[in-house]
Write a protein that binds this ligand. Structure first.
Ligand SMILES: [Zn+2]
Length: 173
């Protein structure tokens, strides 16, 4: 039986001793669950839990594991803990810059109003401005707007006939 990642005793760049690895992946040593020494190597999230960050270093190895939820193999970067740097503290200026960037996502480009919800990335326009600019005939906003219908019954029938049906449902004429 052949394994996809057979055990290999290989030299590693961060140690003088050879480590048991699961071969090479993208030109770096590959480790499986419980085989990478946690006192030497850590993932980005494990570093973060220690109050550290990779600090610009390239990953020195990779870790693979099977994610049950995703139903597939996942590969994670492994970093050397001794090369990691402490997380930079949050400063008022940094917090202000982040707040500004996040507020820009909630600010309408049309009217400049800042709401609670993030606006669509494509146009960053609020629904009121969209409605004022004129809606597409198939816009979902028609379902929520009360008032005069945008189309008469005849125009609506003509439009419905013009749109090719994607669902195999044909209304009785
Ligand atoms: Zn707006």
């Amino acid at each position: 039986m052949s394994r996809r990642f057979p055990w290999v005793l290989a030299p590693v760049e961060w140690s003088e001793q050879a480590w048991f690895t699961r071969g090479v992946w993208h030109a770096k040593p590959l480790f499986s669950h419980h085989t990478a020494d946690r006192t030497v190597l850590a993932t980005k999230r494990q570093l973060r839990a220690m109050g550290k960050r990779p600090g610009g270093q390239d990953p020195c190895a990779f870790l693979y594991f099977r994610c049950r939820k995703a139903g597939k193999l996942v590969f994670a970067n492994l970093y050397l803990i001794e090369k990691a740097k402490p997380v930079r503290p949050m400063t008022p200026a940094r917090q202000a810059a982040l707040d500004k960037a996040m507020a820009a996502r909630r600010t309408c480009r049309g009217c400049g109003e800042t709401g609670w919800a993030e606006l669509p990335k494509a146009h960053r326009t609020c629904e009121a401005c969209l409605a004022e600019a004129g809606l597409e005939p198939d816009s979902y906003l028609h379902d929520y707007l009360v008032g005069d219908p945008t189309l008469t019954a005849d125009e609506h029938a003509a439009l419905t006939a013009a749109i090719p049906r994607q669902v195999g449902v044909r209304l009785a004429a």
